[in-house]
Design a protein around this ligand. Sequence first.
Ligand code: TRP
Length: 336
Amino acid sequence: MLNGKKILYSGMQATGTLTLGNYLGALKNWVKLHEEYECLYGVMDLHSLTVRQNAAEFRKNARSLYALYVAAGLDPEKNCIYYQSHVSGHAELGWILSCFTYMGELNRMTQFKDKAAKHADNINAGLYTYPVLMAADILLYQADVVPVGVDQKQHLEITRDIAQRFNALYGDVFTVPEAYIPKAGAKIMSLQDPLKKMSKSDENANATILLLDEKDAVIRKFKRAVTDSGCEVRYAEDKPGVSNLMDIYGCVTGKSYEEIEREFDGRGYGDFKLAVGEAVAQELEPLQKKYREIMEDKSYLDSVISANDEKAAAYAAKTLRKVQKKVGLTEKLRRS
Ligand code: TRP
């Protein structure tokens, strides 16, 4: 608990730009959570180092992600939005927790197996201990709930296991976090292969809408989106392409499946795809405008970042100190 509210923690990796899937599936739904929870959101730049980065581009991407959080409506006064690497406690707690995590557990992580297959030339130890750092992120802030997609569920499970193991040894040090299941939001699929999740690393640029895509590109990509046989706009399991577009349209307009089906009754896919493209472009326009304003206002962004870094660091220090004491690390003495 913090300020009388439960604590919610989440974050995204600081690589590349965000997709419409990140936005509709996560970010857009985070905006109101501060009403109910004390919310912390990290720009997870340490995690991004598990894959080789170009330093200049990486720095830009991390700042861009911060600005996108704010542009999407996360108020930096009401949420603690900060850089993971600016709070040294993440790495410090990560080390301690790695001594309470078994290789057998890490060997079971499916994301490690996937990523190792994808980056066969760089299977580094960080990629392997990635879940331990993620556990440190969450436990450092005593988070009660963590909104995560299905791909991160296993990492949340191991976080709970580590917390419970530590608590069994040292008393109630960590809050054991629960997955936060959002009330709204959908899993957005690729526009080119609706059985695959929309991903920023997709080789086919037409598969993914990026949050900073211009209107023309958005419309073009939706026009080219893969649909299914038949010509009816109907939500159905055997119509994954159309259903995905309906999810997207529903998320941005607030319309139900029935309303969408009625709206496009007898109108065919062409009309529908154009309408989805227009609606998405319209949704993204104010976000992009705000993004540009924030990126141009260097002193505003800098001051927001440093204020939030400080808030996060103060809170993290409390947990870290407690953990260091519990495991028996000697206290640093102050010179008198
Ligand atoms: N691993 C998460 C992802 O790729 C990002 C992340 C890092 C995270 N630490 C976290 C998410 C802590 C939630 C909580 O999506």
